[in-house]
Every structure is written in structure tokens, then in C-alpha cells.
Design a protein around this ligand. Structure first.
Ligand code: HEM
Ligand SMILES: *[C@@H]1O[C@H](CO)[C@@H](O)[C@H](O)[C@H]1NC(C)=O
Ligand SMILES: *[C@@H]1O[C@H](CO)[C@@H](O)[C@H](O)[C@H]1NC(C)=O
Length: 336
């Protein structure tokens, strides 16, 4: 971005002799307005909050040491933030008497956790550099740290997101993929965010950590699309956790082999027909999977390739912006 701005500066310098100075000034201001807040950069806080990454990392480390479920929770929160209006902290807004946020939407209700950790990180950031770091950037950084802390890859996080002055309960229900969506719906929901099927297969690898509730995998274990090769004992255990009726909120690990490690075992599970969610298994077993089956096999074989594609896809997912811009919230739960 800076390279581009410099080019514009040299261009306008040449133009200065032929254009009235006032025009040049207005032109400059316009460029600054257009670029500011629209494009993310790695050094966005280098002057205003140089320790931002260290602060988020150390807070994530201490949160994880008291509750290891924080890593999957915060990784998922960033995803649910980015898929609704762009990565703008909209998922963090609390409902009030006059405002309906995203927290009670189907995919989030009883399912998104870790808001207390976000509050804690935010209050550290506010005491170090008040009013500077957006909640949306906080989530992008925390997701990166979550992945590192469970053995996954590192990537540099572009920053400069703004926090929304709105949320969308409706879009949270329509835009976030659901566990019983078919492959074509899943692909369409990612394409709507300009994410490719490759991005989708790589990002689904997030299900190498964390848990799902009975209500999310019941249709999978009782439907006609059953576990095909999982041995009877395992399937019986899942049915005990998740009976045909009731116990909706009982949980089980998404990756039963290495549930707390960020690795490529998830893809091996899919190849054995042991994906926990219908949406997981679809990537490998759908008859329409010509864009995805090959990737599942590749990632199962080559964990470095998975890490590389995952990191790239996280940067692209984090790049989905809210065109309306916004503010830097003082408290992630309420608009300023
Ligand atoms: C491909 C479409 C996806 C679908 C249909 C999907 C669906 C789900 C569902 C239903 C759960 C369990 C929630 C519950 O039962 O409470 C879950 C958990 C999770 N998802 Fe996804 N997801 C998808 C993609 C992603 C992506 C792109 C990410 C991150 C980049 C992600 C990260 C996670 C994590 C980390 C968990 C575990 C959360 C926890 O342990 O608290 N998922 N997902
Ligand atoms: C499932 O939930 C029920 C009630 O909420 C509880 O009694 C039971 O022990 C749980 N089962 C498992 C395996 O988690
Ligand atoms: C991020 O988005 C901007 C603007 O939409 C685009 O120019 C840039 O190439 C994107 N970067 C990545 C890594 O996708």
C-alpha cells in the first residue's frame, strides 16, 4: 500500500505544474480517505501500539493455561465474525432492549464461547494503548495465537480492521455454514465471501480441535448418511452421548484421534468415513466432491501443505472487510 501511495505522490508531483494546488490537496485527502481503513497492513499499529501482538499472545497463553478450550473457541469466533458483514467485531455486540445482535442466532447460540477472554484481552490493550486497537483485529490476532498454542502454523496477521456500528442477526443465520449443509451450499457460502473451495477445505481443518454439541452431529450419526467404517463401539459411544432425543448440549471432540492438537489427522478421519459433522464428511464423500476430494487426500498426506494452505486461507478470510468502516470500540460488547 505504501509503495502505491508513493507512486501516487511522484505522479502528483509531476502533475503539480499543470494542476491548481488546491486540486492537488483535495486529491491527496481523497486518496488518504480511500486507503485509510480499507486495506490491512502488517505494521498498522507499529507506531500506535507496538506491543499489540505480544499482549494478545501473552493473554491467550494465560487463558489457555487455565482452560484449553479457549483455543478452539477463539478460532471459531473469528470465523463467525468474518462471515457476517466482514471481520468487524459484530459477533461481540451484546443484545440490548433496543438492539438485536448476533449472539442468539442459530449458529452462535449456546455455541460460541470465550467472550470473557476477549474482554480480558481488550482491557489489557485499553490500558496499554487506549482507543487504538479494534476488537476485530483483536479476534484476528487471538485466532492466530490459538492455532500456534495447539501446535499449528504461524502466519503474519494483517491489521487495520474497524469495529462495526451494526450487527446482523439475519446474516448470522443465513451466511454462516451449517453442519447439515450439502457440499454445494458450503461452497456457495464460502464463494460469497470470495473464498475458494480450496480455502474451504483448508479452513475446515480447524475441526482438528474443539468440540461439537449433540444437536450438531445427531443427523450424522442417525441419518441415512451414517458412519460407514467407524467401528461399532465408537458409534455406540457417540449414540450414548447423543441419543435420538434430548441431551442436545452434550459435547464430543470433532477430531477423535488428536482432539487437542492442531494437525492433519482430521483429513485422515474423513478418508475413513469418520468426520463428525455431515459438513466435514461431505468434503470427501459427496458425489459432487471433484473439487474437494483430492485436497482432502493431499492434506492427509502432507501436513506442511495443509499448514501452508490453512495460513493463506486464514489471511484471506481475515481480509473480508465491512465496506461501511466503523470505529475502535472501547468495550467490545457495546458501540461507542
Ligand atoms: C465448512 C463449514 C463449517 C461448518 C458447517 C462448521 C460447523 C461447525 C459446528 C456445527 C461446530 C460445532 C458447534 C456446536 O455444536 O456448538 C463447529 C465447531 C468448530 N468450528 Fe466449524 N464449521 C465450519 C467451518 C469452520 C471454519 C472455517 C473454522 C475456522 C476457521 C471453524 C472452526 C471451528 C472450531 C475451532 C470449532 C470448535 C469450537 C469449540 O470447541 O468451541 N469451523 N463448526
Ligand atoms: C449427556 O447429558 C446428560 C444430561 O444433560 C448427562 O446426564 C449425561 O451424563 C451426558 N452424557 C455424556 C456421555 O456426556
Ligand atoms: C485483501 O483485500 C484487498 C481489497 O479487497 C485486496 O486488494 C488484497 O489483494 C486482499 N489481500 C489478500 C491477501 O487477499
Amino acid at each position: 500500500m505504501y509503495g502505491w501511495v508513493q507512486k501516487m505522490i511522484s505522479k502528483t508531483k509531476m502533475a503539480r505544474y499543470s494542476l491548481p494546488p488546491k486540486f492537488t490537496l483535495v486529491f491527496f485527502l481523497a486518496i488518504i480517505c480511500i486507503t485509510d481503513g480499507k486495506y490491512l497492513t502488517l505494521d498498522y499499529y507499529s507506531k500506535t501500539c507496538p506491543k499489540v501482538s505480544d499482549i494478545v499472545h501473552s493473554e491467550m497463553e494465560s487463558a489457555m493455561s487455565s482452560d484449553p478450550r479457549v483455543a478452539p473457541q477463539l478460532l471459531r469466533m473469528h470465523f463467525h465474525d468474518c462471515f457476517v458483514q466482514g471481520c468487524d467485531g459484530s459477533v461481540l455486540l451484546d443484545d440490548t432492549a433496543t438492539f438485536k445482535g448476533e449472539k442468539t442466532a442459530g449458529p452462535n447460540m449456546k455455541s460460541i464461547h470465550g467472550f470473557g477472554v476477549v474482554d480480558k484481552i481488550k482491557s489489557r490493550l485499553e490500558s496499554e494503548c487506549p482507543g487504538v486497537v479494534s476488537c476485530a483485529d483483536l479476534l484476528a490476532l487471538a485466532a492466530k495465537d490459538a492455532v500456534i498454542l495447539v501446535g499449528g502454523p504461524y502466519w503474519d496477521v494483517p491489521l487495520g480492521r474497524k469495529d462495526s456500528r451494526s450487527a446482523s442477526f439475519e446474516k448470522a443465520n443465513t451466511d454462516i455454514p451449517l453442519p447439515n449443509d450439502g457440499l454445494m451450499t458450503l461452497i456457495a457460502k464460502f464463494l460469497a465471501k470470495e473464498l475458494t473451495p480450496t480455502d474451504m477445505v483448508a479452513l475446515s481443518g480447524s475441526h482438528t480441535i474443539g468440540v461439537a454439541r449433540c444437536t450438531s452431529f445427531r443427523d450424522r450419526i442417525y441419518g441415512d448418511y451414517q458412519y460407514t467404517s467407524k467401528d461399532g463401539v465408537e458409534l455406540a459411544k457417540l449414540k450414548e452421548i447423543c441419543p435420538v432425543k434430548g441431551n442436545d448440549d452434550n459435547i464430543t471432540n470433532l477430531d477423535y484421534t488428536t482432539p487437542t492438537l492442531f494437525d492433519n489427522a482430521y483429513y485422515g478421519n474423513l478418508m475413513r468415513g469418520q468426520g463428525l459433522l455431515n459438513s466435514d464428511q461431505e468434503l470427501y464423500s459427496s458425489i459432487l466432491g471433484f473439487q474437494t476430494v483430492g485436497l482432502v487426500k493431499k492434506y492427509a498426506e502432507d501436513s506442511l501443505l495443509f499448514f501452508k494452505h490453512f495460513s493463506d486461507a486464514m489471511v484471506r478470510m481475515g481480509n473480508v472487510t465491512n465496506p461501511h468502516g466503523g470505529e475502535v470500540r472501547k468495550n467490545c460488547r457495546i458501540m461507542n
